[in-house]
Structures are given as structure tokens and as C-alpha cells.
Ligand binder design. Sequence first.
Ligand code: TRP
Length: 451
Amino acid sequence: MQKDFGKIGFILAALGSSIGLGHIWRFPTIAGMNGGSAFVILFLGISLFVGASMLIAEMLIGQYGRKNVPDSFKEITQNEKTPWRFMGITLFGGPFILTFYCAVLGWVLYYIVFVSFHLPSDFQQSKIIFDDFSSHTNMIFYQILCFIIILAMTAYSVIYGVKSIERLNYVLMPMLFVIFFGLLFYAMTMSSFKMSVEFMFKPDFSKITSNTIVDAMGQVFFSLSLGAGSILTYASHMNKKQNLLTSAIWIVIPGIIISIVAGLMIFTFVFAYADKSAVKEGPSLIFVVLPVMFGKLGLFGSILCALFMVGLLFAGISSTVSLLEPCIKYLYDKTKYSRTTITYAVVFGIFIVGIFVILSMNTNYKDMLTFFDKKLFDWIEWMSANMILTWGSFFCSLFVGYFIPKATLQSWTSSYLKSSLAFHFWYYSLRILAPSMVVLIFINRITHLYE
Ligand code: TRP
């Protein structure tokens, strides 16, 4: 029923999956909480070396499996009963992440409609707008309404299938890039830009703690869409001749650029309009800082704010589609229901859990929905980057690194990993670097569970 991707179509769809809240919202949030440069430098290194290798591994499984997640493993191993079929468990990852991802996109929608044209004049006022919206009981209606609209947009795009995702991305990605670079140039004219560059890049290795390393790794998985079957599922629609190295580079580099630009501009505005400590603001960071900046520009600022948020919204929708698709594809292959019915059913499940995620931020309900000092929202966000995606990628790397014979890998990748050095670098990063990274995350997260 679904057509295959063209060469560029695959890259655009994978880029659409990768670029989203992860770069523009989560990256500045986590970089700020980790004190900047040490985190940023680790993020860059891990993305380029280990992230890209893992991306190629996940794409390869899709490219040669050509099916939904568990069936791709069965196809490659040529064994119906292979234990690798339990990788199907990663199919829960997408819907799980969507429960908070769509809630955050709901905030973006709220900001487009209700905040863009009533921008706050200073940081304190902006904080009040955000806190009111996210935690005031009267506002629950709006939060849930926005959440439902986002879920409906996601369901609609998923039902339309791969081609519509491709078409959507052709228009929206360039628009986001234009707005983004415009904002960067504006930030560059401000005196706090220099502080922002220092905050992000001036190496201060004393700041590297095990938490920073682990957060950087989690962010790499999240932003490259690794470990939840999104990339694998998209790759199952690609041609066997597709060059995975070029594809990986086309996904990793723009992602890095967008994250860095987002960080540079957000921190420039934070240093210009707020106290330095505001960098540690957390998930509300961009929602508090950006409107203050746009507010300085009058009506033009309002229009820009709305356009920026619209860009972010659509970048987010192409990510939500990729989070939902693996699970829908699997259920469609295995049950007798239509794609439409399946999509509505899964989205309904996400809606129910999502309501609790949203309530966990509300003053009246948060006590009920806080466990071991972490709100449900924070738990789900934490679990996704630090547990689900990491283990998903861990097993993909082991599968490609240890299970598929080396000679087979060499023949599969021979058209692009031409030199033996390139091949071996990739091969050993899957065998050694990637798995040890995940084990490190796990040990660290378990031992620091209650921090
Ligand atoms: N990478 C997306 C972002 O940065 C989120 C995302 C989409 C994702 N698909 C994924 C994260 C699969 C992990 C796994 O916003």
C-alpha cells in the first residue's frame, strides 16, 4: 500500500523525524541545566562519532529487513523464532514519548494563539504567563484542548502515509531554517551574544560530571530519533542502494547546527533579559525567554513569534508522526484493522496517559502525581531518553556489531564505507563504544535515581 521513498525523500523524512522539540526545546533546556560548555562539547563529540554509527546501524536493519520492527529482525536472521524479535518492545517507546511530547507541542500551539499577540514585557511577567498556563487549574481546559489538537494533527498525518510526510517536509523544513537564521543574526547584534558563545563553548572541564556525560548521551539519542524504531521503520521503505553514510551525515550535521543555533540564541536572550541563573530554568526555558525577546520588537515581534512557533509546531509534528508510525505499521501488519482505526486507538491511549502527564504539572493535582520527588511529566521524559531509547539503540548496535557476520556487513556497506579504516571505525564503535556508553548511562542513572 505504501510507496517507497526516493533518495532525498528518505533523508527529508528522517530529518523531519530528527529535527523537532529535541533540538529547539530540549537541547537548550538540558544544556542550561548542565552549565553549558562541557555538555555542549560532549554532545558534539558523541553525535559525530557514536551517534552517526548507531544511526547507520538502525538504518541498515530497516534497509535489509524491509518490514516492521520485529519482522525486520526475523527477516535478517532468517529465523521466525529469533530472540531478536523481542526488539518489538521498542514499539512502545514512541507512544510513551508522545504523551509528553504532544503536551509540549500543545504549549507551542497555545503560545501561537494566545501569547504571540500579547507578549510580556519582562522576564518575570513571562514566567507568570507560563506558570499560570501550565499549573493553574483554570487553564487545564486550554492545555487539554491544545493536546487534543496536536494528537489529531499527528493522527491525520500518519493516516495519510509516507508520501504525505515527505510532502509536508518539503515546505516546512526550509521555512524553519529561514526563521531560525534570522533570529541568530538578530542575536549576533546583541552584546550578550559574546557571553552566550562563552557559555556554550569555552571549555571548562571541571564542569564535566558523570551526569553531564550521561545527559549528553541521552540528548544524542533523543535528537537523532534513535532507539524507538522510527529510523528503522522509515529505512524499511528505502532503496537497497541508498548510501547510508551520506544519509547519516545529512541527519547528524543539520541537527547539530540547529541545536547549536537554538542554544546560542536562547542563551543570548537569557543573558540580555534575565538573571544569569535563569539558564537553569528547565522545561519552561524557551517558553519564558523567547516571548520577552519578541516583545521588544513590537508588532513585528508578535508576527515573528507566531511564525517561529508555527515552524516549531510543524517540525514537532513531523517528529510525532515518526514516533507513532512504527507502532501503527506493526499493528497494521499483524491485525485485521485499518490504519485509520489503529491510529485512532493508539492515539486515544496516548491521550489518556497524556492527561495524567498534564495534570502532574498542575498545582492541584501534582502531589498525587509525583513519585519519589519527580513529577509524572519528568519521569516520562527521563525514562524515555535514559532508558527506552538507550536500550533500544544498545540492542540495535549489538545486533549489527555482533550478530550480523562481518563479511555480510562489509558487502552491505561496501559502496560507502569504502576504506577499511572507515569500516572498522564504524564496526568497533558499534561493538565497543556504543554498548559501553549505554551501560554507563544505566549504571549512572540507577545510582543517582533519587537526585
Ligand atoms: N528526534 C525528535 C526530536 O528531536 C524526537 C523523536 C522523533 C524521537 N522520533 C524519535 C526521539 C524516535 C527518539 C526516538 O524532537
